[in-house]
Design a protein. Sequence first.
Length: 156
Amino acid sequence: MTTYTARPIAPSVLKQLRIDDDAGRPMTPVTDDEGGAPLRCCLRRSEPGEVIALVSYAPLRRWAAETGAQPGAYDEQGPVFIHADECPGPDGDGYPFDNDHRTVRRYSADGHILGGELVPAPDDAAFRKAFDDPSVVLVHVRAVEYGCFLYEVRRP
């Protein structure tokens, strides 16, 4: 059992991203012939034949709106894969996309980056270490190879 929760993109946000993404572009669905795309809606890799979309997403934006944070230039946006239609969300707990090294990026209450750490795989120890710093309120797990946002973790 995991202590921390890997949080997918919220269903209400996905609904909006399927209309216009965070860069203002309409979604373009495609059939994934190969599979393997890291889906941020259900935190698993796509299967061949699934209809998915690559959209622009600003992961700090909604969190900042909830908390009143002012991330400034850290309100970055980048590409994420999602199902083109609604999906049931994650199935089970645990930490997804752990098959390769990941970066655990730490954020302060104002939404500024406090640092990051390359980890062999995201796990309770990596998140515990990040949250040992009382100024850390939010963690993003990111892919090393492209720097893309994979999911967020908040304090339990």
